[in-house]
Ligand binder design. Structure first.
Ligand code: NI
Length: 221
């Protein structure tokens, strides 16, 4: 997903702490803010978490690739391959640049998504097997999607959501949030069931947007 709007504070429970394995750092959901000796926050760039050479940028599928319609399967193996995929997805998302990416978009049919709605791009989240537990209200937000480069549309979403998921090592998490993070989680969870944001548009708005997408593509060469 592309950014638009202001992130609000998410309430994240069952916070996971760092394991001793440095490779895990920074890709765990809601990792605690690090502070220096003077109490000032230290931001931990992703590049500090893992040697850059082990990360790889992945190809993002673009609409109307039929693989965007495939349904993802639950993740059962919380192994080094999953961690590598999550790392690669984060790198791909940051480079795009975007604020969310679902495994479906990189042709992996796994219930896995990565998100970072922070201003400084220093709060990566990895959600595995996300499930919506509760949702309230509605709000309209302008959304974009890395599988639809250069086009945006207003989409109505739930304003507040409660989601359970697992982190990349399989630990359970629960998130209550609203604002941009809530919108982004809903957008990315849709990808896991083969749904994309233009599916919410009226036939007319949808065809206008897809025509614009074609134009953007021709411009990009
Ligand atoms: Ni998307």
């Amino acid at each position: 997903m592309y950014p638009n709007g202001t992130p609000r504070q998410a309430k994240i429970s069952h916070l996971v702490t760092h394991g001793s394995e440095p490779a895990l750092r920074g890709i765990l959901l809601g990792y605690p803010r690090l502070k220096n000796a003077h109490g000032a926050p230290i931001s931990l760039p992703l590049s500090a978490c893992r040697p850059a050479s082990t990360m790889a940028k992945l190809d993002i599928l673009e609409f109307p690739d039929p693989r965007l319609r495939l349904e993802a399967k639950p993740v059962e193996a919380f192994d080094s391959r999953l961690r590598q995929l999550a790392d690669d997805m984060l790198e791909t998302m940051y480079e795009a640049p975007g604020i969310g990416l679902a495994a479906t978009q990189v042709n992996e049919q796994k219930r896995l998504l990565v998100i970072d709605v922070s201003e400084n791009h220093d709060a990566p989240m990895v959600l595995v097997n996300p499930e919506l537990l509760d949702a309230r209200g509605s709000e309209v937000c302008q959304e974009g999607c890395l599988s639809f480069p250069g086009v945006f549309a207003d989409v109505e979403r739930k304003e507040w959501i409660r989601v359970k998921a697992q982190d990349v090592s399989g630990k359970p998490l629960e998130i209550e949030t609203d604002g941009l993070l809530a919108v982004c989680i809903q957008h990315e969870m849709d990808h896991l069931i083969g749904k994309v944001f233009v599916d919410y548009l009226s036939p007319l708005k949808r065809s206008l947007l897809l025509r614009k997408l074609e134009k953007q593509r021709r411009k990009a060469g």
